[in-house]
Design a binder for this molecule. Structure first.
Ligand code: BEZ
Length: 256
């Protein structure tokens, strides 16, 4: 891992409050439709839950994640699976995997060309990439309000500071084709996602926006979160739970 970059991922918070990420990922395993003995690379494996489901299906799975904290927790939970800290834009595998699988990770990579090249290199010829991540418009109700309140607090916020990449399906499939993938399936859909309980939105903001607030005083950050909660209550809070406006892209693409 790049040691100059601080690891802002809290693996325990992730496991305790964000199990829905892996729960939705089980659906993606159905799309992957893995065959016994296939060799699968899980890119952005987090704390390893989906990799372990693949292992239980007799898949020869390897998990990688950019976060040391996540990989440490994955190794503790599932010591029988090989997990490594690695950068998805600089993988060193060559023609090794039948499949590259990735759930809720590729939107963190703001250099998608490099990630696609790296995945391509890791796959065997004819191997498949089966991925799901945030597409155009993903969590936009939340991020628009968050950025508005950051700016209202007098904190500058530029496009470069936006930590995510949420492409349209046209943008992403064109990129894949330009890198010699054959796109067999592409689907862009809305999936309002329950963030459990009264603190659901705040937990989500705490978990996923630390890079935005790295240099912001905690009191200022908490005031921003208070205002975001207040302003989004009518739009996103129903029957005791918050619902984030997730929009997902699912892709199956083959290495030509
Ligand atoms: C997502 O899974 O879509 C997501 C998670 C955290 C921040 C932004 C998007």
């Amino acid at each position: 891992m790049n040691t100059t970059k601080k690891d802002l991922w809290d693996a325990s918070l992730y496991d305790n409050n964000h199990a829905f990420v892996s729960n939705y990922g089980t659906d993606l395993i159905s799309l992957l439709n893995p065959k016994q003995g296939e060799r699968v690379l899980d890119v952005g494996c987090g704390t390893g839950d989906l990799a372990n489901m693949l292992h239980d299906l007799h898949i020869d799975v390897v998990g990688i994640d950019y976060s040391e904290n996540m990989i440490e927790q994955a190794k503790q939970k599932y010591p029988h699976i090989p997990f490594y800290v690695a950068d998805a834009t600089a993988l060193t595998y060559e023609n090794e995997f039948d499949c590259v699988f990735s759930n809720a990770t590729l939107h963190w990579i703001k250099n998608p060309e490099k990630a696609i090249e790296s995945i391509y290199q890791s796959l065997k010829l004819g191997g498949r990439m089966v991925v799901e991540f945030g597409g155009g418009g993903n969590v936009q109700t939340i991020t628009d309000e968050l950025i508005k309140q950051i700016k209202n607090a007098g904190i500058p916020f530029t496009d470069e500071q936006f930590p995510w990449y949420f492409p349209t399906i046209g943008e992403y499939t064109s990129l894949l084709e330009s890198k010699n993938f054959q796109v067999g399936y592409a689907f862009h859909f809305s999936r309002p996602t329950k963030l459990s309980g009264e603190d659901g939105l705040r937990n989500w903001l705490e978990m996923f926006s630390p890079s935005i607030f790295e240099n912001v005083d905690t009191v200022v950050k908490n005031n921003i979160f208070d205002t975001v909660e207040k302003n989004l209550y009518e739009k996103l809070y129903r029957n005791g739970n918050w619902y984030a406006d997730y929009k997902r892209i699912r892709i199956i693409a083959l290495k030509k």
